[in-house]
Design a protein around this ligand. Structure first.
Ligand code: BGC
Length: 424
């Protein structure tokens, strides 16, 4: 049996900084109107992982994790059309090699929302041209990194970068183009398949390719078969469930288009270019869907504004496995709180409790025999939380953004001990 992957997840725009170093060009996140970000923060320096990666990987090792999910900055690797940046590739090779040296399995997300500005200027995901550009990027990743990297996530959460970025307009690039949304989604899903195919075709070893999906499922009102099935149906077939949980994964994995706002935005004729064979699904799990029947179970724990309910670990795994029948990896799960640094110490007791409850549910669902091969805490470090800036802190490691010094939080030790004592 392969080892269970205990790890953490991170992403390039949120931690790397060095946004113009060694030939990198800006991504859309480097160039937004910063008035849209809390406290007008930007990600130009972030945690400066670019210059601190050795220290951060050492921290990861001392945490006791055996895997770390990073993402690649497309514009560090391909800073303009048809140009490959050898310095950008060297940076990721150094990071990957450092992880391997420290017995940490490197896992890569190819696209975690930081669209190169030059691609955006060509129309971004709204222009079909992105399909070939993305395929080329994936081919470069396969050529350069698949000799050492076995686990790949082609996208992180299309729900956010597409629905948020091009339909609701609440995240970069802040477009609200409902009319064109079907085409945008179709381009993206075709690019996804081409990316997966290119990765496999040019890879240097047998790799495992998946995607990280945002999840938002309804927990059953009561723990009995009827209610469990009702909540399952609602999670994928209600208007909310279709939009959030099914719209991208049903066409991709099951080959079935799903109505979005009563419209068939993805056409049957495109399905052959969208349906793709994945090796696993990454599920990012934070909070359940909340409707008027929802009964809170944890009023004692609050995050900046998210409901805390560990049952979503159990039910997301159950429901995603029932629907897609693919091995699962919990590719993100985490908790933001306003941590305070006092004399070098962060007593984040709430995060420890959160972890205890959520990990207990992981244990429960694993015991039911559902194939879950990893759990990644979001995140190793406090980081740039998109339009919320640096305000919410998700890390097991506190980052002082003025000095860039890192401090292990109490939850760091909690997770470390949990992993050590776990029997998988
Ligand atoms: C994203 C991360 C983000 C986290 C917490 C996930 O949706 O993949 O980039 O930081 O949630 O908001």
């Amino acid at each position: 049996m392969e080892k269970f992957l205990w790890g953490c997840a991170t992403s390039s725009a949120q931690i790397e900084g060095a946004y113009l170093t060694d030939g990198r060009t800006p991504s859309i996140w480097d160039n937004i109107d910063f008035k849209k970000v809390k406290n007008n923060d930007n990600c130009h320096i972030a945690c400066d992982f670019f210059h601190h990666y050795k220290q951060d990987i050492k921290l990861a090792k001392s945490l006791g994790i055996n895997s770390l999910r990073i993402s690649l900055s497309w514009s560090r690797i391909i800073p303009s059309e048809n140009k490959i940046n050898s310095k950008g590739i060297k940076f990721y090779n150094d990071v990957i090699n450092e992880m391997i040296k420290n017995n940490i399995e490197p896992m890569i997300t190819i696209y975690h929302w930081d669209l190169p500005l030059w691609v955006h200027k060509l129309g971004g995901w709204e222009n079909k041209k992105i399909i070939n550009l993305f395929e080329f990027y994936c081919k470069v990743c396969a050529n350069e990194f698949t000799d050492r990297v076995k686990y790949w996530f082609v996208f992180n959460e299309p729900q956010i970068f597409l629905t948020g970025g091009y339909y609701k307009g609440d995240t970069a690039p802040f477009h609200k183009n409902k009319y064109n949304f079907g085409e945008t989604a179709t381009n993206t899903l075709i690019a996804h398949k081409k990316g997966v195919d290119a990765l496999r075709k040019f890879s240097k070893q047998k790799i495992k390719v998946g995607i990280a999906m945002s999840t938002s499922i309804f927990v059953p009102k009561e723990n009995n078969k009827i209610e469990i099935n009702k909540a399952y149906k609602k999670s994928f077939e209600s208007s909310y469930g279709r939009k959030w949980n099914a719209f991208y994964s049903d066409p991709m994995i099951l080959g079935k288009p799903v109505k979005y706002d009563k419209i068939n935005r993805i056409k049957i004729k495109d399905i052959k270019n969208i349906k793709v064979k994945l090796d696993f699904i990454g599920i990012n799990i934070y909070l359940p869907a909340v409707d008027r029947y929802y009964k809170k179970i944890r009023s004692d724990l609050t995050t900046t504004n998210w409901v805390v309910d560990e049952r979503c670990i159990y039910y997301v795994c159950k429901y995603f496995y029932k629907r897609y029948k693919l091995p699962l990896m919990i590719s993100e799960n985490g908790f933001a709180v306003e941590d305070e640094l006092k004399n070098g110490i962060i007593n984040d007791n709430k995060r420890c409790r959160y972890l205890k409850y959520y990990l207990n549910e992981l244990d429960k669902i694993k015991k039911e025999g559902i194939p879950i091969f990893g759990y990644l805490y979001w995140s190793l470090l406090d980081n740039f939380e998109w339009t919320s800036g640096y305000y919410p802190r998700f890390g097991l490691v506190y980052v002082d953004y003025r000095t860039l010094k890192r401090y292990k939080k109490k939850s760091f030790y909690f997770y470390s001990k949990y992993i050590k004592n776990s029997n998988y």
